[in-house]
Design a protein around this ligand. Structure first.
Ligand code: GLV
Length: 326
């Protein structure tokens, strides 16, 4: 008998076709997010779940789904999964690293350029029919080229952002839990600094750390005050890494110049204070959202799930200890 898999949100046809070769597949192709109760109900007889960052895979759910062997996240971040609870119950957890690095780095750069050049403000102005003609001081922005880029979180995506910055002839400084090997620093022309030095020096602060209790409100009121009044903050990693209420105050008071945000606390119900501000560019968690990348992410997740359910080791297994328990 084939193992049973639930795909919690809409995926591509080829993802379903791949899964169906090895599994009996039930998919939520109508894409209506499942409540925790609905998820538990639909997972009760399943051995696998291909889930997204909108699904919480926690002890409550696992308790109600004793047959579950694998939770395969279609995302690189996995703060929606309680890894310890999965490991304790012998449930393998997987993510989709690598395939989204370039697209996510592109979006971080998009936000840098859009905030620096006031793109959404300029577009709203033209759409509102306010453009009367060219003038010298119209919608003055700041330069990205030759500016200092401070990257907090220099993992795979952070390093790709640094690589992009070389093309803009930026000075790159970074802060990370561990300093990079010197050959990588040299290749990226990136200089390791303390978090405070980075906040004090950077024209653009880009956050690329995963969300975890240790990174909750990594940037709050105190950190924003350490930034230059001309600085721009980019959060394209996870809501909760920034204290959004403090950021709104800082943007209103001119503590920093602007912010570009792809992620929010309590998304999709983000703080409405952002909507009142002109100096913020807002996009709805689309960091990896290109057709090619989202297809690759879904297929990576499908491969992880099938490997786990057919006795193999998923390529992106987050908790190898769970496999020995399974
Ligand atoms: C998206 O936010 C991801 O973690 O892949």
């Amino acid at each position: 008998m084939k193992p049973k898999v639930l795909v919690t949100r809409e995926v591509f046809d080829e993802t379903l076709e791949f899964l169906a070769r090895a599994c009996e597949v039930e998919s939520n192709q109508r894409d209506i997010p499942l409540s925790p109760g609905q998820l538990a109900q639909r997972l009760a007889d399943k051995q696998g779940v291909v889930c997204s960052l909108t699904d919480r895979i926690d002890e409550n759910l696992l308790h109600d789904c004793p047959q579950l062997k694998v939770a395969s996240n279609i995302a690189v971040g996995y703060n929606n999964i309680d890894l310890a609870a999965c490991t304790a119950r012998g449930v393998m957890a997987t993510n989709t690293p690598g395939v989204l690095d370039d697209s996510t780095a592109d979006l971080a750069f998009t936000l840098m350029l859009a905030t620096a050049r006031r793109l959404t403000e300029a577009e709203a102005y033209i759409r509102a029919g306010q453009w009367q003609g060219w003038h010298l001081k119209q919608l003055l922005g700041v330069d990205v080229h030759h500016a200092t880029l401070g990257i907090i979180g220099m993992g795979r995506i952070g390093q790709v952002i640094a690589k992009r910055a070389l093309g803009f002839e930026m000075r790159v400084i970074y802060h990370n839990r561990a300093r990079l090997a010197s050959d990588i620093e040299r290749r990226l022309k990136a200089t390791y600094v303390s978090k405070d030095e980075l906040l004090a020096q950077a024209d653009f602060v880009v956050l690329q750390v995963p969300y975890a209790p240790q990174t909750h409100h990594l940037i709050g009121g105190a950190e924003l005050k350490k930034m230059k009044p001309s600085a721009i903050l980019i959060n394209s990693t996870r809501g909760g890494v920034v204290d959004d209420a403090a950021l709104i105050r800082a943007l209103k008071n001119g503590t920093i110049r602007a912010a570009g945000l792809d992620v929010f606390e309590d998304e999709p119900k983000f703080n409405p204070g952002f909507l009142e501000l002109k100096n913020v560019v807002l996009v709805p968690h689309i960091g990896s959202s290109t057709e090619a990348t989202r297809r690759a992410m879904a297929m990576t997740a499908a491969k992880n799930a099938v490997a786990a359910l057919t006795g193999g080791t998923p390529p992106n297994l987050l908790n190898p200890e769970a496999k020995s328990k399974a």
